[in-house]
Design a protein around this ligand. Structure first.
Ligand SMILES: *Cc1c(COP(=O)(O)O)cnc(C)c1O
Length: 369
């Protein structure tokens, strides 16, 4: 049996009529930048997240970058970022000319360890980026309390967390600006690149709308040095159509995660640790084992495709060599990079495929003693 890591074609087919109706109507409208398709997706997505406003942008990295700029973060500032995250979280900080200050993850949840944040705060610290990695919400109440005490802004990176909840409130509804990605492989993915920022702060939204549009609110009047970073109407139309399917797809991800949690409970690997008071969006299902590379190879022999999120932490990338953060700087993130293995959790997987993954891992890993 073959189990691909992600079957985007099957996901497309599951919503094909809705997507094609929406996209065709957008194509035939004669309106190809901004307009009603973008505005109506922005409204629908904000409602879905429990936020007051949504602003579509070109991708998730720009959602982070434009948010930081709109929040006034710039050269000389420090931003606290998780040491265990996708590189884009760090890149956004660098793009505004600020400095990344890494903080180690909690060993159980893989998300930024709130208890370690205070020690990383200096007089230059401006913001904390809380990344809901793998779809698991981070401890927003603890992070929010630390931020409030030190007068810092929290920006959430929810590129992997569409539909996750924390303390029964959807991610997006906790009062912080939130950056989203609609990269095709995310829980809500476009037919290409896309992103958004959601916020309750209308003036922040207004600054991001200006930044995404050459720094201009009124045509040919430029108030700041901006960018061209807009969400295409065709993508917005497709996203509106897919958003209606998202609750069902996320429920399927939860069901698969549940089958994994139960089927692998006695196996000698570390399973994802559910965050207390939270519902994960289960963007990824990451197990950990010291025999990761061997496990990956043997699963491939069973027809099971796996990936590693992520094999090299940001601080060890050549791009960040100038920070001088060598091996050993963030040992927990480094250990995660060496042991994490993402099993397929595509909502289009059949129960038989899920069972095959469970059986394969069981046959390779052995039981815990
Ligand atoms: C995907 C991702 C991004 C970047 O989104 P793009 O749309 O690919 O630019 C940022 N942060 C995290 C955690 C991501 O997973």
């Amino acid at each position: 049996m073959k189990v691909p890591f992600l079957n985007l074609k099957a996901g497309y087919d599951a919503a094909r009529d809705d997507i094609e109706t929406a996209v065709l109507s957008s194509l035939r409208s004669g309106w190809y930048i901004g307009g009603e398709d973008v505005a109506s997706f922005e409204r629908a997505f904000a409602v879905f997240c429990g936020a007051r406003v949504g602003v579509g942008v070109a991708n998730g990295l720009d959602a982070l970058h434009l948010s930081l700029r709109a929040l006034g973060v710039g050269p000389g500032d420090e931003v606290i970022v998780p040491s265990n995250t996708f590189i884009a979280t760090w890149l956004a900080v660098s793009q505004v000319g600020a400095t990344c200050v890494g903080v180690e993850p909690d060993y159980a949840t893989c998300n930024i360890d709130a208890a370690r944040i205070p020690a990383a705060i200096t007089t230059r610290t401006k913001a904390i980026i809380a990344v809901h990695l793998y779809g698991q919400p981070c401890e927003l109440d603890k992070i929010g309390a630390i931020a409030a005490e030190h007068g810092l802004t929290v920006l959430e990176d929810a590129a992997q967390a569409h539909g996750a909840t924390y303390r029964s409130v959807p991610i997006g509804g906790h009062g912080n600006p939130v950056a989203w990605s609609f990269y095709p492989g995310k829980n809500l993915g476009a037919l290409g690149d896309g992103g958004a920022v959601t916020t309750d702060d209308e003036s922040l939204a207004e600054r991001i709308r200006m930044l995404r549009n050459y720094g201009s609110r009124e045509r040919y009047v430029n108030e700041v040095v901006g960018y061209n970073s807009r969400l295409d109407p065709v993508q917005a139309a497709a996203l509106s159509a897919k958003l209606r399917h998202l609750p069902v797809w996320n429920a399927r991800r939860r069901a698969i995660a549940d089958l994994y949690q139960r089927g692998l409970a006695d196996v000698d690997v570390i399973l994802p640790h559910p965050v207390e008071g939270a519902t994960s969006a289960w963007h990824l299902y990451c197990i950990r084992t010291d025999l990761r590379d061997e496990m990956r190879q043997r699963l491939e022999g069973h027809g099971v495709e796996t990936l590693i999120h992520y094999p090299i932490p940001p601080h060890l990338q050549d791009a960040y060599r100038s920070l001088g953060l060598g091996r050993g700087t963030f040992p927990i993130a480094e250990k995660m990079a060496e042991t994490l293995l993402s099993l397929p959790i595509d909502p289009m997987m059949t129960d038989e495929q899920v069972q095959h993954v469970v059986d394969s891992v069981r046959s390779i890993a052995g039981l815990r003693n």
